[in-house]
Design a protein around this ligand. Structure first.
Ligand code: THU
Length: 128
């Protein structure tokens, strides 16, 4: 699957955002090594800290189906350019360290590495 197709899946997933508090919708789509795509949207809670971002929903759906290797993760938000939040960067660095992170900037596709989004990340290596 090419980058633009994965971004289109993220855009489609955005329509399911449950964001009654912020009104800010985000969709994400993660591509596994085996070629399967899992999508996610942000799911907010009245207890704001319980809100889950689109990226984590997509990754958690995939992990919970037994997936462990990810090639790319696309993010599409309501802003001109929506990059993963800090918590998502931590989770991406752990679960999808080698994935190409695709972000749209208008019509352009920007590609980031997990390392560039969260340099010197705390992770597994620090605990084991
Ligand atoms: N949000 C995401 O889903 N992903 C991001 O990368 C940025 C923020 C969501 C969380 C919350 O529902 C809303 O956007 C506003 O912060």
């Amino acid at each position: 699957m090419v980058d633009r197709e994965l971004m289109e899946k993220a855009r489609e997933a955005k329509q399911f955002a449950y964001a009654p508090y912020s009104g800010f919708r985000v969709g994400a789509a993660v591509l596994t090594k085996s070629g399967t795509v899992y999508t996610g949207c942000n799911v907010e809670s009245a207890s704001f800290g319980a809100t889950n971002c689109a990226e984590r929903v997509a990754l958690q759906k995939a992990i919970s189906e037994g997936e462990r290797e990810f090639l790319a993760l696309a993010v599409a938000g309501d802003a001109e350019m929506t990059t993963p939040c800090g918590i998502c960067r931590q989770v991406i660095s752990e679960l999808a360290p080698n994935a190409r992170i695709l972000v749209s900037e208008g019509e352009q596709l920007r590609v980031f590495t997990a390392e560039s989004l969260l340099p010197h990340a705390f992770g597994r290596k620090d605990l084991l």
